[in-house]
Design a protein around this ligand. Structure first.
Ligand code: NAP
Length: 330
């Protein structure tokens, strides 16, 4: 017998797949090379889909959910890591193919681990989480396209969400003029404090677009997809770049090729799950440098592990503003 630990485990129930609080024995953990004492995880959109069973995220059951985690190495047979190292993981199939972060301990492959940048705490890493790291990948796509802060306004959709709120913070910190798009009527103060220069209602973009509309944006970070993404493309200025990372509004893309062939607009696909290690380290190093820790503290709450199922429902109902950090030991 090992030690008993708490975890949110997805299993098949009478109501379909559900993630619920359970006790596991540490001998049940997978046979990976690095044992981590998990401190924090988060609730992302994908976690909410997995735990509620509303999306087919877990490819095998039982599955410890949680697509990311931050903690301290306690055992390692991999030379790259030693007890005491602070590490984080985003993606790599956690909660899909591999047991994830909603557990007090987890065994992980060394290739999945990123060293926590020295200036960030474990709590701050998960406040940033996969959402913030994805936001940074989007910002890097825009910068790598050569679009600097003087190029014109950059728009962020789903702006009060995890990806959106951190994208607003990062872009404004880098000097971009940020337009934030939100469906929440009371979002203006929150988004302005994060650095948005203007806040637009969701329905301004979430409508049928003409093939080309007035050139409005130098670049965009889109976590919504569907009609919103099609409208963004139609409004992006000549040579602009739209970083598309999400599907909160749907998976379709009901647009035309006109923005690509007449304005040279680039649609940059962003994937955080299988992103190579060098991209991840670059993103986390940039996050450590750019994140305003006082502003970050304003955009997250810390919740206990047992509340994950309830929080997943709230997130899917669109009632969550900002980020949720899960203290797996609370
Ligand atoms: N590509 C990747 O690797 C990657 C990584 C992380 C996340 N994602 C995806 O990115 C998206 C955002 O993730 P997240 O963690 O930021 O989720 P989140 O916290 O739930 O934020 C999504 C935001 O989108 C807006 N929204 C919700 N439903 C909408 C609808 N029907 N139509 C238009 N807007 C809607 C809401 O913002 P407002 O109320 O402010 O409009 C919501 O806060 C998700 O689709 C997620 O799966 C992808």
């Amino acid at each position: 017998m090992g030690q008993t630990i708490n975890a949110i485990v997805a299993t098949e129930t009478a109501d379909g797949v559900r993630g619920e609080l359970q006790q596991l024995d540490t001998t049940e953990l997978p046979e990976n090379d690095v044992l981590v004492d998990v401190a924090y995880s988060t609730v992302n959109y994908k976690d909410a889909l997995a735990v509620s069973g509303k999306g087919k995220i877990c490819r095998s059951l039982p599955m410890v959910c949680g697509i990311d985690l931050a903690g301290t190495v306690t055992e390692s047979s991999a030379p790259a890591f030693a007890p005491g190292d602070q590490v984080l993981v985003n993606g790599w199939g956690l909660s899909e193919k591999h047991w994830g972060g909603y557990a007090q301990q987890q065994r992980l492959q060394p290739d999945w681990l990123v060293r926590v940048p020295g200036s960030l705490s474990l709590e701050q890493c998960m406040a940033i989480g996969t959402a913030g790291y994805t936001a940074m990948l989007c910002v890097h796509a825009i910068q790598d396209h050569g679009i600097g802060a003087d190029a014109g306004p950059v728009v962020v959709t789903g702006a009060t969400g995890g990806v959106g709120s951190i994208a607003v913070m990062l872009l404004s910190r880098l000097g971009y003029e940020v337009s934030a798009v939100s469906g929440k009527a009371d979002a203006a103060d929150f988004l302005t404090q994060l650095g948005a220069a203007e806040v637009l209602p969701r329905d301004e973009l979430d409508r049928k677009a003409r093939p080309l509309e007035s050139e409005r944006w130098a670049a965009a970070v889109d976590s919504v997809g569907s009609q919103t993404l099609a409208t963004l493309l139609a409004q992006t200025a000549y040579g602009g770049c739209v970083a598309a990372c999400g599907l909160a509004g749907g998976i379709d893309l009901p647009g035309t090729v006109m923005p690509f062939i007449l304005r040279g607009v680039t649609l940059a696909g962003i994937d955080s799950v299988m992103a190579p290690a060098d991209k991840r380290q670059r993103a986390w190093d940039a996050l450590a440098e750019l994140i305003d820790k006082d502003k970050l503290r304003e955009v997250y709450t810390v919740e206990p592990l047992a509340r994950v199922p309830e929080l997943a429902g709230e997130l899917l109902a669109g009632r969550v503003k900002g980020r949720i950090v899960i203290d797996v030991n609370a």
